[in-house]
Design a protein around this ligand. Structure first.
Ligand code: CA
Length: 222
């Protein structure tokens, strides 16, 4: 999952980005409204965490511009202001949810999962492909009822593919989902994670379409 964090408070920004990356998410951080506009106009994110009080351009303006472009990326507003008009305003402007600072990280992560799940049109939290199950909340993966232990990156890669079984994601698309700006990336990182996943899950669930990308689900026969 790739998340854009828009926050001008350095301490909150740094700790949140770190916390999201620890979860295996690709987290990109910008500190003002204009930088947020630019990032949202040029890249695709699975969700946005948006502070309201920002330099250059307010969070509400960023949100309004995003929705005016017809961009339905899920947005969770983060605000120190607990005044009712701010919450109502943000929701009416197209926010999917809000959190009042200070908040607990676990609650933020749960709300992130919820808005992404709703946007994908799923009521269930668990992802399934054949006898493979992945629970984004508990971070548990099992195959045929047998628990499988994955690293944060292996989990993130498998989750990206299991969001849409059968859909092919290119190496570049997977790198986008796994790595934020400025994160070190070995050129063969995705191949290495795919290899490790096959070793742990069996070699019949995660398929390669040569020169195109990777997918999970029934093999497309090549
Ligand atoms: Ca602020």
């Amino acid at each position: 999952m790739r998340v854009l964090l828009v926050e001008d408070d350095t301490m909150i920004g740094e700790s949140l980005r770190e916390a999201l990356r620890m979860q295996g998410m690709a987290a990109d951080w910008v500190r003002d409204g204009r930088a947020a506009d630019a990032a949202l106009a040029s890249e695709r994110f699975d969700a946005v965490l948006l502070d309201l009080g920002l330099p250059q351009r307010s969070g509400l303006d960023v949100l309004a511009a995003l929705r005016a472009r017809g961009d339905a990326t899920p947005v969770i507003v983060l605000t120190a202001r607990d005044a009712l008009p701010d919450k109502v305003g943000a929701l009416d402007q197209g926010a999917d949810d809000y959190l009042v600072k200070p908040f607990e990280l676990d609650e933020l992560l749960a709300r992130l999962r919820a808005v992404v799940r709703r946007r994908a049109g799923r009521a269930e939290g668990t992802l399934e492909a054949g006898d493979l199950r992945l629970d984004p909340a508990t971070r548990e993966v099992s195959r045929g009822g047998r628990a499988v232990l994955l690293s944060a990156r292996e989990f993130a890669l498998l989750q990206a593919l299991m969001e849409r079984p059968g859909a092919i994601l290119s190496r570049a698309q997977l790198e986008d989902r796994l790595y934020g700006w400025g994160e070190e990336l070995e050129s063969n990182a995705i191949s290495v994670y795919v290899h490790q996943l096959r070793r742990k899950l069996g070699d019949d669930v995660l398929h390669t379409l040569r020169g195109v990308g990777y997918y999970v689900g029934p093999a497309k026969g090549s």
